[in-house]
Design a protein. Structure first.
Length: 127
């Protein structure tokens, strides 16, 4: 994986596969759970992303079976996929830590300011 950050669908798919192999419909459901309902991945988006991730070697087909006359593939992370997900999680953690540090510094500055100057800097609005 390059230094570039992952797009959200990739991050969600890899996260959904991190603890167990899953087939397409189960991935759609798991992504909704992970995103707390914020992301409802469409079938076309899902299978396009799965094909791309297969091509990149981040996932693999763990099993294929026929269910109700239709082919069902179950996907799993590869070692490269686990590594890419771990790297992205570390990158996101570092960014979140820095954001929290900066917000805490701003809060401490704003605590000492009241009136129009503090409100102009967002005082009182930060928790």
């Amino acid at each position: 994986m390059t230094e570039r950050s992952m797009q959200e669908p990739t991050l969600l798919l890899l996260t959904a596969l991190a603890d167990a192999p899953r087939h397409g419909y189960a991935l759609i459901q798991e992504i909704a759970v992970i995103s707390e309902g914020r992301v409802k991945m469409r079938t076309g988006t899902l299978y396009g992303a799965l094909d791309r991730l297969l091509g990149q070697g981040l996932i693999e087909v763990a099993a294929e079976e026929v269910v109700d006359g239709r082919a069902r593939r179950t996907y799993a992370l590869t070692d490269a996929g686990r590594g890419a997900l771990a790297a992205e999680a570390a990158r996101l953690r570092a960014v979140a830590t820095e954001a929290e540090r900066r917000l805490a510094a701003l809060r401490s500055v704003l605590k000492g300011k009241s009136g129009p100057e503090g409100r102009a800097l967002g005082g009182g609005g930060l928790a």
